[in-house]
Design a protein around this ligand. Structure first.
Ligand code: NAP
Length: 305
């Protein structure tokens, strides 16, 4: 029997684990893939208060060590359901089931797909969702990035150091990412911005060879010869497994306010998987602390009753 089970070992989940174990609780972290979450693909983090500069990998590694050295247990299993009987919760995984008093959903979000024909087939054969993981394969080649947020801007900047040319394709006439990144990109001679344009076709035999874009104003089509396409069009949550345990919004995010309480007593949520305005590393860590302390307060209260 655990006090607290945290589903997802990204920044939010690991931060919650740090607060949970420091409050004296027996904490289990369940992770389907690798610990660290999305920050693993950040080359450099320079907006986490108190840390001037750190790689995403090092940040994740430090946080994982901090949580586990303090006493959090970790299992690599996929949580598929939360069952509740008489106030006791059981998290069912693909391998087993674990009883606990409170749960924190920190499932994060996954990279959104463009939804184009051949996108799945060419993933790993020219299409990637992680510039820092795959960028080096495209050294000296022409590539494209699509998206207009911080991820797309950072990916284009990162790739400009490896690639001969980087097309940055965005559907609107303005980026939504930070001005600082937009300015840095303007200084890169090998980055070409293709605004108000969408990719409508992915071309190539076994490997991506080009993308066809449609310019929205003129409806003109243009073929850009690229060996790689990095898709950075945001994220989507995947909380379907928990839709009968807690209320989700229309996009699938767990409904919760800044107190990280869900529609179900004893189930809390933290990080990118919950409804919120700002999805940043600092807010994921903050959510972890808030959710863990709320879970501790819930356990205290329920032990009096
Ligand atoms: P995002 O901010 O949601 O931006 C997604 C971009 O993709 C938007 O520009 C959007 O266009 C575009 N898009 C969405 N669906 C599309 C489609 N089907 N076809 C073409 N374009 C599409 O996502 P993100 O850049 O991954 O960032 C996610 C969160 O992480 C944000 O809160 C961001 O600030 C944060 N983040 C922060 C940092 C940092 O602080 N250094 C780094 C990375 C990410 P529209 O603009 O037209 O909507």
């Amino acid at each position: 029997m655990y006090d607290l089970i945290i589903i997802g070992a990204g920044t939010a989940g690991l931060s919650a684990a740090v607060y949970g174990v420091r409050a004296g609780k027996r904490v289990l972290l369940l992770e389907e893939q690798v610990y660290g979450g999305q920050i693993l693909s950040a080359v450099e983090v320079e907006n986490y208060p108190g840390i001037r500069r750190i790689s995403g990998y090092e940040f994740a590694e430090n946080l994982y060590r901090q949580a586990t050295e303090l006493g959090a247990e970790m299992r690599y299993e996929k949580a598929v359901k939360i069952r509740e009987e008489g106030g006791e919760k059981t998290v069912i995984t693909n391998r087993s089931g674990y009883a606990c008093r409170a749960v924190i959903l920190a499932t994060g979000a996954k990279k959104r797909r463009l939804g184009l024909e051949r996108e799945e087939e060419l993933t790993g054969a020219g299409i990637s969702y992680c510039a820092t993981c795959d960028g080096a394969f495209y050294r000296g080649k022409d590539t494209a990035v699509t998206g207009g947020g911080n991820t797309a801007l950072e990916d284009a900047l990162f790739l400009s150091g490896y690639c001969r040319k980087v097309y940055l394709i965005h559907r609107r006439d303005q980026f939504r990412g930070e001005e600082r990144l937009v300015r840095a990109l303007k200084e890169k001679e090998n980055v070409v911005t293709v605004m108000e344009s969408r990719i409508i076709r992915l071309n190539g035999k076994a490997h991506l060879e080009s993308v066809t874009v449609e310019h929205s104003r003129t409806e003109r089509e243009e073929e850009l010869l690229v060996a790689g396409l990095f898709i950075a069009v945001g994220q989507e949550p995947d909380n379907r497994a928990f839709s009968d345990a807690v209320r989700l919004d229309a996009s699938g995010y767990v409904e919760a306010g800044e107190d990280c309480r869900t529609s179900r007593a004893g189930i809390f949520t933290a990080g990118d998987c919950r409804t919120k305005e700002v999805r940043q590393l600092a807010t994921a860590a903050a959510d972890g602390a808030v959710a863990a302390l709320a879970a501790c307060a819930y356990m205290e209260q329920s032990s009096w009753q």
